[in-house]
Write a protein of this length. Sequence first.
Length: 162
Amino acid sequence: MRRSLIELYIHLVWGTWDRHACITPDIEEDVYNALIAKCTQHGCAVLAVGGTFDHVHILIRATGVLNIPTMVHDAKGMSSHLITSKVKPNHFFRWQGGYGAFSVDVRSIDNVIAYIKNQKKHHAERTESQYLEYYLTAPDPKPDAATGTSLETGVHAGGLSS
């Protein structure tokens, strides 16, 4: 190849401080727009953003050099500052320190986008702890031999970051 080709899909997820219901309907769009803006500034295309009152999911496509911890730190900081200083100054808003970053197989992009966009419905049917309990106790999905990616979930075996 004459030029490098980098196309990585990453599913990010993080929660509010102590899972407080900080993302109220009146600020949700502002939070999401701030996250999109910061991810875009870091050179990522944002394919989906969604969540509930206490956490967010973002699917990004990275096409160049990306420092995930720095981008997540900046996105959290910018959105928190925006909410607490301009949008709703008397509103408690803070993110947890950690986050999850999952590689996503290109064949699973549509499923991950649908999952992210349907977070409210998903969580109305199953709590986060039920989901995590299932995810942590379920047998490991058989990864595709060539890519190491679960054909069921589209998540690479490398999974969670802190």
